[in-house]
Design a protein around this ligand. Structure first.
Ligand code: DQA
Length: 164
């Protein structure tokens, strides 16, 4: 099976490269997408990358991902990370393994960024490594899809916590 991964980026991430470079760096989203295609290709995976500023687009794409033949999702939900019950529900409803990624480390920033709603539906999270967070998230997802995780971790991620 060729793993097919959908990479989603949320609001304001189309501005990467120009947006607060001290925080987010100088790499553009197009460059990040190009790198993910390379890394994914080298791993024998197919990658499709999309960005939207609209919560509804991200919800729709998550909802259609399984039907469209994707096996997993890497998502940087941007500010919707911290606010969107709709994205949390969509990630859960997708039935797919979802990895949350961030360029910055939200836990080391303002208190309102420490809460992730989307993360409750995610297999894992990579944050704080700039553009590399996307690559690391993709590589972790591919290991999971190939059942290459250590068994004790695989068993845990089969049943992600649903707690309050
Ligand atoms: C971000 C972190 C979010 O808190 C913020 O709203 C963003 C970018 C990141 O990649 O570091 O838009 O998701």
């Amino acid at each position: 099976m060729t793993p097919r991964v959908l990479v989603l980026s949320g609001p304001n991430l189309q501005l990467l490269g120009a947006r607060e470079p001290a925080l987010y760096g100088s790499t553009t989203l197009a460059e990040i997408h190009g790198r993910l295609l390379e890394v994914g290709g080298a791993e024998g995976a197919e990658i499709e990358a999309r960005q939207s500023n609209h919560e509804g687009d991200l919800v729709t794409w998550l909802g259609e991902a399984a039907r469209d033949g994707f096996h997993g999702v890497v998502i940087n939900p941007g500010a919707y990370t911290h606010t969107s019950v709709a994205l949390l529900d969509a990630a859960r409803a997708s039935g797919l393994p979802v990895i949350e990624v961030h360029l910055s480390n939200p836990d080391a920033r303002e208190p309102f960024r420490r809460r992730t709603l989307v993360g409750r539906a995610c297999l894992g999270r990579v944050a704080g490594f700039g553009p590399l967070s996307y690559e690391l998230g993709l590589l972790g997802l591919l290991r999971h899809l190939r059942r290459e995780m250590p068994p004790e971790i695989a068993a845990r991620v089969e049943q992600p916590a649903r707690g309050a």
